[in-house]
Design a protein around this ligand. Structure first.
Ligand SMILES: [Zn+2]
Length: 253
């Protein structure tokens, strides 16, 4: 478990499962500071646990093999592919002050342990619609800029040079999109190229979670070091801790 420096022993959440689930590094940074007496916190966090997929979201970053590879042997993770999922629970958000920073209810980062090959495949698919128009424009541009060819083009039609550059940009983008689609389809034979098809994401969607951005294809951000504080970043063992009893007795460390 990560080094945590929790010093506020007077806090009502100190030593509880709720505190462990929030997984803050230090009491000063805790979003619940000053609100720890709110009994809804424990109820809400219990709901958060119930909304977890089988094995919790922690299995994604705790995995010792790439979570996106589909063929054996699976790659060794070198980074994390991350996107956020949101849930409309807990309801009556107006009373949930501790979540007030968010427009949605719960939000959780999904952090897929990812090998370098999968990362490269995903990034290539994302960059193709940007690379293709640049390459095509670079090919067309000399014809437009060199006076001899430009003259010939202008002789055919005055607007032709400009139209050619425009066509290279727009056509290049469309061509890049097509290439990206074909590349994703090809990658699909060795990896989960569409992250929404990941069994954990599918299970979460059944439980009411939705990607926070990019409903159709969530944008994946890559990071070397995983997000290790905040809701959804706690190790899987935390979810097995006993719930906070109604009497709010503390769980001994
Ligand atoms: Zn992989």
């Amino acid at each position: 478990m990560e080094q945590r420096n929790l010093t506020d022993t007077a806090c009502k959440l100190y030593g509880t499962k709720s505190c462990a689930l929030l997984n803050m590094r230090a009491c000063e940074a805790c979003p619940l500071k000053g609100r720890e007496a709110d009994p809804e916190i424990h109820t809400d966090l219990r709901t958060f646990c119930e909304l977890q997929p089988e094995g919790t979201v922690a299995q994604l970053f705790e995995s010792e093999t790439c979570t996106l590879c589909t063929t054996e042997p699976k790659g060794t993770p070198t980074c994390f592919a991350v996107f956020d999922m949101a849930h409309e629970e807990p309801k009556k958000l107006a009373t949930r002050k501790w979540l007030s920073k968010q427009k949605t209810g719960f939000m959780v980062p999904l952090q897929f342990a990812c090998c370098s090959k999968c990362r490269r495949r995903i990034l290539l698919a994302e960059y193709l619609p940007l690379i293709a128009p640049i390459v095509l424009t670079a090919i067309v541009l000399p014809f437009v800029l060199i006076e001899k060819t430009a003259q010939t083009l202008r002789a055919a039609a005055q607007w032709l040079p400009l139209a050619l550059v425009f066509a290279a940009l727009v056509g290049g983008y469309a061509f890049g999109k097509l290439l990206a689609y074909l590349w994703r389809r090809r990658s699909g034979s060795v990896m989960i190229a569409d992250v929404r098809r990941h069994p954990i994401v599918a299970e979460m969607e059944e439980k009411g979670w939705r990607p926070l951005f990019g409903e159709r294809r969530p944008h994946l951000a890559f990071t070397k070091k995983r997000i290790d504080k905040g809701l959804g970043s706690a190790p899987s063992a935390v979810y097995d801790l006993p719930d906070v009893p109604e009497t709010e007795e503390k769980i001994s460390d």
